[in-house]
Design a protein. Structure first.
Length: 482
């Protein structure tokens, strides 16, 4: 535990939905839900306007539509989210060499290691500067928590939401935590919380008063001792700059169960291609290929095969995944497929096995199913033909960017019955007009996302001065929402 609140936790507010609202002037101030739009889709993020109707992340999309039927429902645009995330992370890295990203929209920063803060006033000042910089560069808001430990900093950022800053002063941890529910503490999930509830413990203060011995008796030595320390406000976990990925994987949940064996194999090969793309983008290779299959009855099977050396060869990974599929019974139907690579390395081993696999992959497929031809994101070639509705939904996903030769940049509001509806507007324009086209209109094409802020200010020299201070001051639990 630190004597100064120099650990910062940043959490962007309703990140995906806020990015969509910033990109689409017509959606600002309106309920927006981002996630999978199929029958089995789930909510990734809901805007604060949608949350007022009870919509929240991880909720089935069908339930969200019942709660907020008039909200805008959009397919995620991860290209945009990653771009904005990198802008935010670059600002954080200017504060300290110790930045620990937890996801695209969340990270810890050790301000002390960067020399940017050493007491309450300087920590609050750098937190305010950071929020201003994020809004100027991305047009989005983020909530900042400051404390002497990672656990308390994360709790503080949650209390600051939305669009605020909150500081938990060192020395007040026990008092601050006491009335909170046990689920507030890291590592306490629904099962553990229920177990503690049956033992009469529902608040963090209950855990602290119970004592370490009682928690060890209930939860085991490691978990019980750790939980008791956290209940007392102790958390010595350091901010770790690099989190080494242990695996790379992709998976898809299908709107309808897949029964055709050839279709299942085609999907596995497509997923293997996407997995290798991610692997190469990370500059890694892997030694073990993993196949995940969730069947019609929700039973989930995993199969793995370890190769003779690390590889990033798409033909090798596709062939290995296909071999693993042969050992899985899919006759009842498949609702989810996934392909992953573990045992990551920073090099590849070009051995005879990989070369032979590549040669075999280049030969005609005796099933008659076209092979994916590397590098792109093609999803054509499925043996089961799709109808016009499916083709339109795939080619023109709701919320994605398009450009028309006559009308310029816009985004897809919806598609179906051979038509696609587009609203033409840009992040810095007024709400735009809506027009409808045939799905095969030659003047309409997919486009890359536009930046959320045009002519964003240059923060390459930020922070210009270090707001360090040895003077006292700053109220415990200081919070502001300018």
């Amino acid at each position: 535990m630190r004597a100064a609140p120099t650990i910062l936790h940043l959490d962007m507010d309703a990140f995906y939905a806020s990015a969509e609202q910033a990109a689409k002037p017509s959606l600002r101030g309106k309920p927006v839900v981002v996630g999978g739009l199929g029958p089995r889709g789930v909510v990734a993020t809901a805007s604060y306007e949608a949350r007022r109707f009870g919509v929240h992340s991880a909720m089935p999309m069908a339930q969200a539509r019942r709660l907020a039927p008039n909200a805008a429902y959009l397919v995620p645009r991860f290209t945009l989210y990653r771009t904005v995330s990198e802008q935010v992370m670059e600002l954080l890295r200017r504060l300290s060499p110790l930045v620990e990203p937890l996801s695209l929209d969340e990270a810890f920063v050790d301000l002390e290691a960067g020399g940017t803060a050493d007491d309450t006033p300087s920590a609050l000042e750098i937190g305010r500067q950071l929020r201003e910089a994020i809004e100027a560069v991305t047009g989005l808001s983020g909530s900042v928590g400051l404390a002497g430990s990672k656990m308390l900093a994360k709790i503080a950022s949650e209390e600051a939401k939305p669009d605020g800053i909150h500081l938990i002063a060192p020395g007040t941890e026990r008092t601050h935590l006491a009335p909170m529910p046990v689920r507030t503490l890291p590592g306490v999930g629904p099962a553990t919380a229920d177990h503690l509830r049956r033992a009469g413990m529902t608040t963090v203060d209950d855990l602290a008063e119970a004592g370490e011995a009682e928690l060890i008796r209930l939860l085991g030595k490691a978990h019980g001792a750790s939980l008791h320390r956290m209940a007392l406000g102790f958390d010595d976990r350091p901010v770790v700059a690099e989190r080494d990925a242990k695996s790379v994987s992709v998976e898809d949940t299908f709107d309808m169960d897949l029964h055709d064996r050839v279709r299942v194999r085609t999907e596995v090969e497509r997923l293997a291609g996407r997995c290798v793309q991610r692997l190469r983008a990370a500059g890694r290779s892997g030694r073990t290929v993993v196949l995940k299959v969730r069947r019609y009855d929700f039973s989930t099977l995993t199969r793995s095969e370890t190769l003779r050396g690390p590889t990033d060869d798409p033909a090798v990974v596709r062939e290995s995944a296909a071999r693993l599929l042969e050992s899985v019974d899919t006759t009842g139907g498949v609702r989810l497929l996934g392909v992953g690579v573990t045992g990551l390395a920073d090099f590849t081993q070009e051995d005879l096995f990989a070369q032979a696999a590549g040669e075999r992959a280049a030969e005609p497929d005796d099933t008659g199913t076209p092979e994916e031809t590397g590098g792109g994101e093609r999803e054509e070639g499925e043996p089961e033909p799709e109808d016009a509705e499916q083709l339109a939904a795939r080619r023109w996903p709701a919320g994605h960017d398009v450009r028309h030769e006559t009308y310029g940049h816009g985004w897809v509001q919806g598609s179906g019955v051979g038509r696609v509806t587009v609203r033409f507007e840009e992040p810095w324009s007024a709400p735009g007009r809506v027009r409808t086209f045939r799905v095969d209109d030659p003047e309409l094409r997919a486009a890359d996302p536009l930046p959320l802020v045009r002519d964003a200010p240059d923060y390459s020299s930020w922070p210009a001065s270090r707001p360090k201070s040895r003077s006292g001051g700053g109220a415990a639990g200081a919070a502001s929402r300018p």
